[in-house]
Ligand binder design. Structure first.
Ligand code: ACO
Length: 336
């Protein structure tokens, strides 16, 4: 281990991976009482990617996303000393997805573990990784947010199933001599007393009393959409405002606010309340749906590759999800 010191932290490369197969709103109208118009208007989603259960998994989407991030950074897996995967859909409780990803990209014996924070998985993982690099405890960390939510989706539940998609987003964080670079503010919070709004029951005893009268499918995500919606609209605004106050930035000092892609109406409500320009709030929910822990990482990769993160300007990542959890991460970047 390296001696503690306050290093700067830089995102050296990003990557993402999504399954080949598209599931459109029209595909849902064939199996559920719904319509393209309802889904598009109420959520902003047109299609999502769905993993082939025989060929695609959280593990191989994570591996591909991280390999692309390493390629973008011009680095080898052997240079990583830690790999973190944020996910709620690890293949198995043991081993973690992260240890298999680390081995697949040649990062052995890097430390590796998964973080379970639902849709906040990527932002939580970025915050933990950044802290490790900043303190000198790690030189280079692979961070991934990945999900195969299709594996835990009840396709007879029209309020839930239309939202979810599969994918992975990754970033490679490295140390930098300039301590001003990296995360200038981070938050990770949770309120476990509200877990019943969004949960994944394994055994009958996991189903809370409030849901005993409903049809609950074990092994599938169960959500009180209206509750989560109300929580999310308020929390997005609060988290962004708190992060701006803590960094003494104004909303339009940021090059982008990268929001978890939960529902276009949730993102738009927060954007309008804060007075952010539309071009500063990236949206790709139309193409991927809600990919939970993967969504912020996929956005980060698409923005980076499109050159939409202005060098020298800070950007913010913000997410909320099951738990309930919420998190933010504000990054300063190097000028051109
Ligand atoms: N097609 C047609 N009608 C539908 C559908 C559908 N797919 N789903 C629900 N409806 C109906 C309802 O049955 C209801 O009908 P009723 O008035 O006759 O009872 C009506 O539409 C309105 O239902 P609401 O639940 O009020 O619809 P709402 O506008 O709230 O949209 C939604 C539902 C999209 C789920 C919304 O509540 C939402 O986005 N919630 C947040 C979800 C979220 O962000 N989850 C994040 C975390 S995911 C994670 O952590 C893994």
């Amino acid at each position: 281990m390296n001696a503690p010191r306050n290093w700067g932290v830089r995102i050296a490369g990003t990557g993402s991976a999504v399954p080949e197969r598209r599931m459109t709103n029209a595909d849902f109208t064939a199996i559920l009482d719904t319509s393209d118009e309802w889904i598009l208007q109420r959520t902003g989603i047109s299609e999502r990617r769905i993993a082939d259960p025989n060929a695609e998994s959280t593990f191989n989407l994570s591996r591909d996303a991280l390999q692309r991030a390493l390629d973008a950074a011009g680095m080898k897996g052997s240079e990583l000393d830690l790999v973190i995967v944020g996910t709620l859909t690890s293949e198995m409780p043991c081993p973690s997805t992260a240890v298999r990803v680390a081995a697949a990209v040649g990062a052995v014996p890097a430390g590796a573990f998964d973080i379970s924070a639902a849709c906040c998985g990527f932002v939580y993982a970025m915050n933990v990784a950044e802290t490790m690099v900043r303190s000198g405890r790690a030189k280079a960390v692979g961070v991934i947010g990945a999900e195969t939510l299709s594996r835990v989706t009840d396709y007879t539940d029209r309020t839930c199933s239309i939202l979810f998609g599969d994918g992975a987003g990754a970033a490679v964080l490295v140390r930098d001599e300039d301590p001003a670079l990296g995360c200038i503010h981070q938050s990770m919070q949770a309120d476990g007393s509200r877990w019943e709004s969004l949960y994944l029951p394994v055994l009958p005893r996991d189903v809370p009393e409030s849901d005993l009268q409903s049809t609950v499918r074990l092994g599938c995500l169960r959500m009180n959409g209206r509750e989560v919606f109300k929580f999310a609209v308020t929390k997005f605004r609060e988290v962004i405002e708190e992060s701006l106050a803590a960094t003494r930035l104004s909303a339009n000092d940021l090059s982008q606010v990268i929001c978890h892609q939960s529902n276009i109406r949730i993102i738009e409500a927060a954007r309008e309340r804060i007075g952010l320009d539309p071009e500063k709030v990236y949206v790709n929910i139309d193409r991927y749906g809600n990919t939970s822990a993967a969504s912020v990482g996929i956005c980060l990769d698409e923005l980076t590759r499109a050159g939409k993160l202005t060098p020298g300007l800070p950007f913010m990542m913000v997410a909320f999800g099951g738990g309930l959890t919420w998190a933010s991460s504000v990054w300063s970047t190097r000028g051109a």
